[in-house]
Design a protein around this ligand. Sequence first.
Ligand SMILES: C[S@@+](CC[C@H](N)C(=O)[O-])C[C@H]1O[C@@H](n2cnc3c(N)ncnc32)[C@H](O)[C@@H]1O
Length: 227
Amino acid sequence: MAEELTRRAEDAPDEAAIARAHAVYTPFMLSIYDVLVHGISNHLAWRCPTRRLVGLYRAGLSANHLEVGVGTGFFLDRAGGAQLKRLVLFDINRNCLERAGRRLARFRPSLYEVNLLAPIKLDLAPFASVGLTYVLHCLPGKMSEKLKVVDHLRPLMGKRAVLFGATILGRGIAPNRAARALLDLYNAKGVFNNREDDMASLSDGLRQRFDEVEIEREGCVALFRAA
Ligand SMILES: C[S@@+](CC[C@H](N)C(=O)[O-])C[C@H]1O[C@@H](n2cnc3c(N)ncnc32)[C@H](O)[C@@H]1O
């Protein structure tokens, strides 16, 4: 019993690791984020064209959407249209919420400061789609712990709701020099925690939670859709 409790405490991501994973998103960093990540890294390092991710949003977005881990709001800005009637944004970082909230003001979003790794105590009507892009690779812990995020989100998902998104993998990929350098740097800084993330652990975790799972890899990136 004592051993089991110690193991659980060791497995649980600590507050400092959670903070390191999002502290990087300062107003200055967010002002260059789109160019750095969606303009350069997706193409040169991760080898997953940004248009593929925008396509995922165009296909998955419903009229009643929850976006978690919003960054700058890039994908909703590109893919959102008049069909988007209700938009809610969750993020642990206020800078991200403020920047994305301003950029997406035309959709009148509601903003909530939420740590996805903790149970979400909000009384909100269910959503028909949930976007979770480039968040899992930031979160500390093994894939089984990261996917607790999905357990926290599921009570907010309607019956036929779709969860879609993408994450950068750290295992079972063939990173080029640029990708290797970025993986080393970001993991050393705790901005990424994806050394052990692979297709199998993501796919198994999603299949345990959803009836329909589609998952594909493009370069270093896993793209998924689950309902
Ligand atoms: C790499 S950015 C991705 C932003 C955006 N989805 C994109 O693809 O451009 C990761 C986002 O997840 C948020 N985040 C990191 N850890 C979080 C946590 N524990 N709970 C909620 N949001 C978190 C960060 O603040 C940031 O907005």
